[in-house]
Design a protein around this ligand. Structure first.
Ligand code: AMP
Length: 113
């Protein structure tokens, strides 16, 4: 997708600190970490947001959660981590390519602000 920064990261046109990659999923460190560990997990194929998940494209979402669990366990955060996606501007979505924030390494409050 033109002008999508996460598609450009997938294509290698913008650098990222990769922590995981396979055929369908890429995970890399967030540029502006909000916790000691802050990893973004994205589908390689462009999906705009959680609001665009359909029966046709949803398999990658399950896979992303498998990868999130694996990364949290590998990094020693299996006991406590947060996975969140912001959908739409009013929810704080700033990059319009579906992504899940994996946050860990500190305590989190609920409800989020
Ligand atoms: P959201 O605001 O939920 O859409 O999250 C977008 C996230 O992408 C923010 O946490 C940004 O810090 C992060 N971000 C934006 N550009 C980059 C980039 N080039 N590399 C890594 N993280 C980025």
């Amino acid at each position: 997708m033109d002008n999508c920064i996460f598609c450009k990261i997938v294509a290698g046109e913008i650098p990222s600190t990769k922590v995981y990659e396979d055929d369908t999923v890429l995970a890399f460190n967030d540029l502006d970490p909000q916790a000691p560990a802050h990893i973004l997990l994205i589908p390689k194929n462009h999906i705009g947001s959680a609001g665009e998940i359909t029966p046709e494209n949803s398999a990658v979402v399950a896979h992303i959660f498998e990868v999130a669990a694996k990364l949290a366990a590998e990094k020693g955060f299996a006991d406590g981590f947060r996975v969140v996606t912001n959908c739409g501007a009013s929810a704080g979505q700033s990059v319009h390519h579906l992504h899940f924030h994996l946050l860990a390494g500190r305590d989190f409050t609920w409800p989020p602000g």
